[in-house]
Write a protein that binds this ligand. Structure first.
Ligand code: SF4
Length: 253
């Protein structure tokens, strides 16, 4: 019988996974059962993210990055994947590499910089509220504009131009405020969407969070944390099951 692992921290990805399907959370985080495969969209997003992170890291250090360096980073991450990649409809390795090239070129043409970089891929581990365990995460990019305003950016790979949810950045802004980053409490939030569309491209979305959004998220996190602590592991079967990496051990798969 698999041993259960208890967690003492919370993260945006864990909460999202539990809300999508508590049973999947159970297999992944409590029992730590290895997934059966890697969805191509996931490994593509991770590898593109690493290429962009290289660009930002070099920028922080005051140097530049070439297209070749970024594509090499993409390929290195892709090649290091040990799980078999499961491709989507009309996709294969070649077509995805071409999309990665298109995204990197579009990004280098316009890297959508908001100001001077202050932090890149910065790990955070901070207790946002007394009744929650520490929030762990990693911010993609924090910049300061010429006017002295802070701008917090998340990079996301997407296959369409749909609007991105500001929730994760609202939490990270609060975390940075508590950690004492100057001006972080009023940071503007934006998502740079790396479009995996037929013609790859880059789109900047300014994200607005309504009044009370942070407290709404805190309530949701509190309820979810209580459910996680209670050991809830019921299945929530829906269309996600066909792409579920744990369907091989789930009786709903
Ligand atoms: S197959 Fe469906 S019900 Fe089972 S763990 Fe995956 S998403 Fe949840």
């Amino acid at each position: 019988m698999a041993t259960q692992t208890k967690t003492r921290h919370i993260s945006h990805s864990r909460v999202s996974e539990f809300l999508r399907c508590p049973k999947k959370y159970h297999f992944h985080y409590r029992l730590q059962i290895p997934p059966a495969f890697m969805p191509s969209a996931l490994i593509f997003g991770i590898a593109v993210h690493e290429a962009i992170a290289l660009y930002q890291q070099r920028r922080l250090e005051g140097s530049r990055t070439s297209e070749e360096d970024m594509l090499e980073t993409f390929c290195r991450r892709w090649d290091s994947e040990e799980l078999p990649v499961r491709y989507g409809k009309n996709e294969d390795e070649k077509s995805l590499f071409e999309k990665a090239e298109g995204i990197v070129r579009a990004y280098l043409e316009d890297p959508c910089e908001a100001g001077e970089p202050l932090a890149v891929e910065e790990k955070i581990n901070v207790r946002l509220r007394k009744d929650l365990p520490p929030l762990r995460g990693r911010i993609d990019l924090l910049e300061r504009t010429g006017e002295g305003d802070a701008v917090l950016t998340d990079f996301k790979t997407a296959s369409s131009r749909r609007s991105q949810d500001p929730g994760q950045l609202v939490l990270y802004r609060e975390a940075l405020r508590l950690l004492g980053y100057p001006g972080a409490g009023k940071a503007r939030l934006r998502c740079v969407v790396l479009l995996k569309t037929k013609k790859p491209g880059v789109e900047v979305q300014q994200l607005e969070a309504g009044t009370g959004e942070l407290e709404k998220l805190m309530s949701l996190y509190r309820e979810t944390w209580e459910a996680i602590e209670s050991g809830a592991s019921y299945p929530r079967p829906d269309w996600h099951c066909q792409g579920c990496q744990w369907s091989h051990v789930c009786d709903q798969g």
